[in-house]
Ligand binder design. Structure first.
Ligand code: FES
Length: 157
């Protein structure tokens, strides 16, 4: 039996794919923003791959859709325009450079803080782009700006 979307279990509905636009359009603009079940996300098209993540930076809520994409340690990252934090497009890890202060000859090395930005799933069907929200059951730092009082888009309910 097909359920009308208004009759679906809210938890099931929250994780259903949402069409956010056309493939042709994002290939031209290389990024787009969307609201997926009340959650603001940014979708990037970079070197033939799609990536979706929470739009507000995990550090202080900076607008990631306005950042530049650069590679660090061979990993494409979005660089937050506010304080230049680097977030990997593929995994949402925060990257930073570290150096051993006791070794004067040491070169800085790229390290990961772990997953800080929640990544969502992008699928393409018949030229349409769909985003499915992440169900990963861990607390991700970017959740803070995507939910609750700091959320930019507030549901009227
Ligand atoms: Fe993104 Fe500070 S808000 S680096």
């Amino acid at each position: 039996m097909d359920l009308d979307s208004s009759e679906q279990d809210p938890e099931v509905k929250k994780y259903s794919p949402v069409c956010v636009g056309r493939e042709d359009d994002i290939k031209k603009s290389e990024r787009m923003t969307a609201v997926v079940h009340d959650r603001e996300v940014v979708i990037f098209y970079h070197k033939g791959e799609y990536h979706a993540m929470d739009i507000r930076c995990y550090h202080s809520g900076g607008p990631l859709h306005l950042g530049d994409i650069e590679e660090f340690d061979g990993r494409p990252c979005i660089v937050c325009p506010w304080h230049k934090y680097k977030i990997t497009l593929a995994t949402g890890e925060g990257l930073y450079q570290s150096i051993n202060p006791r070794d004067p000859s040491a070169k800085p090395e790229w390290c990961s803080k772990g997953v800080k930005q929640r990544i969502h799933t992008v699928t393409v069907d018949k030229g349409n782009i769909y985003v499915t929200l992440s169900k990963e059951p861990f607390k991700c730092d970017s959740d803070f700006y995507a939910t609750g009082d700091f959320k930019v888009i507030q549901s009227p309910f």
